[in-house]
Design a protein around this ligand. Sequence first.
Ligand SMILES: Nc1ncnc2c1ncn2[C@@H]1O[C@H](COP(=O)(O)OP(=O)(O)OP(=O)(O)O)[C@@H](O)[C@H]1O
Length: 467
Amino acid sequence: MTQWTDEQRTIIDEPFRSTVVIAAPGSGKTSVLTERIATVVRRDRIAPNRILAVTFTRQAAEHMRQKLTRHDLLTFRATESLRIGTFHAQIFRALLEVTPNIPVLLNTREQFTMMRTAMCRVVRKADEITHRAVIERLTEYSRVVGCGIRPASRESGRVFTAYTKLKRARNRWDYDDILLAGASAVEKGIDLPFFDRLQYLLVDEFQDTNAVQWALVAAMHHRYQIPIFVVGDDDQSVYGFRGASPGYLQRCSSATRDCAEMLLTHNFRSDTSIVHCAEQLIRHVAHRIDKPLRPVSQTPGLVRIAMVRDEGDEAAAVVALVRFILQIRPQATIGILARTRRQLYLTWRQMDTAVGGGANALNAVQFRTFHDSKGREWDVVVLLDLVVSRAVCRDAELDDDERRLQYVAMTRARYVLVGFVPMQMAGRKTNVAPFVFESGLEPAPLITATLMEEVENALTVHTEVSC
Ligand SMILES: Nc1ncnc2c1ncn2[C@@H]1O[C@H](COP(=O)(O)OP(=O)(O)OP(=O)(O)O)[C@@H](O)[C@H]1O
C-alpha cells in the first residue's frame, strides 16, 4: 500500500468540489488521481458509473483502469462501471445517444489517402507530394481545427476546404470531427443526456488540452454543473504543434467555480542531480506556474554530457554503454531517447546487430522519441543528438516548446542520465543545444572507462538494480 505524503493526502482527501492539481514530474499525479476516484466512490458515495475519467491516449486509460482494478477497496464491479477513456471515445458516446446516424470514422490510412487526394486537387503535382508532406498537413489541420485558428497559408486553407468537402461527400468523419461536433452541440444548447448523468469529471495530463477540449470541459462544468478534478504539469506541455497549450491548465482554477488549486512538488522518481539539472532548465521557460521541484531521493545519481566525433561514434558508444550496464546490472531498465525516430534508427540498428540473440537485453532497452517517453521512467536514460536542430531557436515560443520537450525527456531518468553530443552530423559541424548549458551542464569529451565507472557507482547504491 502506498504511503502517501501529506501533500498527496491533502489532495486525495479534499472535500468533494473542483480541484486543479499542478504536479511536478514523478510526483505521482496519476496515482493521486486514481486514489481520488476511490475516495469519492467510498466516502462521497458517488456512483462509479457517474464518474468520467478522461485521458489523452487509450494506453493511459488502460493503465488507469489497471491501477483501479488493483485497488484494495474498490470492487471489480465498481471499477468496471467507471467511465474511463479518451476525450474522443467519450464524446463519441455522448453524441451517439442523440445522433444515431453518425458518419463512419476514417481510419488512419483512409484519412491519409483523403488528405493526399485533397492536396493533389489543390497543388496538382501528385508525384511531388511526399508521405511526410501529407502527415504535416494532417498535423496542421488538427491544430487549425483544434485551436480554431487560421491555416498558415492560403494553400493550406484550400487544401483543408477540399479535404472537408471530400469527407462530407463521402459522409465520413475524422477524429477531429468528433470533438468539433461535441463542442458545436454544446454551443447550440443541444441536450446531451450522457453529460446529465455525470457527477464528477477527472482529466489527467491536462496540459495537453487544446481549445476544443477546453471548451468541452468548461461546458461540462458550467452547463452541466459537474465538479472537475484536473491534474497536469504546464512544464510538460509538449503537443503545441497539435494545438495543445499549457495556458488552459494555467488559467483553469480561475475559470472554474469553487475551485481549489494545489501543488504536488515532490519527485519520487529521480536522484538529486537529475532533478536539479531539469529544474535549472525549466526555469528558462517564460510563462509557467512557478513551483518547486523537490527530490525525495537523497542520492546524487549521475548526469553526464559526452561529446563524440559523429553519429556513428555516438551509436557505438551507446551500444557499449548499454552492454556494460546489462552486464553489471541485468535488472536495469534503459531508455534511449531522441527527438525523432530517424535519430533513433542508427543506434537501434547497431544495437540489434551487437546484441543479436540477446532478446532479454533488448526488452530491457527501449527506444522512444522524446514525445513518446512521456509518462514513462527508466533507471538509465540516454539522450541522443543534443545539438541544435532546425526546429530549435526560431522564436521564443518554439524555444520554450523545445525546452519543455527536453525537460520531459530528462525527467524520465531515475538514477543515470547520459546525453550525447556528436560534434559532426551528416558530415556537418554541429552546435551543442543551448538547453545543455541552461541545465547547468558542460559537455566533455567521452572517456568510456570513466563514464562506465561513474555509471556503475551511481547504480550500486540502488539495491533494486544492484543485484
Ligand atoms: N507516495 C509515494 N511513495 C513512493 N513512491 C511514490 C509515491 N507516489 C508516487 N510514487 C512513485 O513515483 C513514481 C512516479 O509516479 P507517477 O508515474 O504516477 O508520476 P507522474 O506524476 O505521473 O509522473 P510524470 O508526470 O513525470 O509522468 C512512480 O514510480 C510511483 O510509484
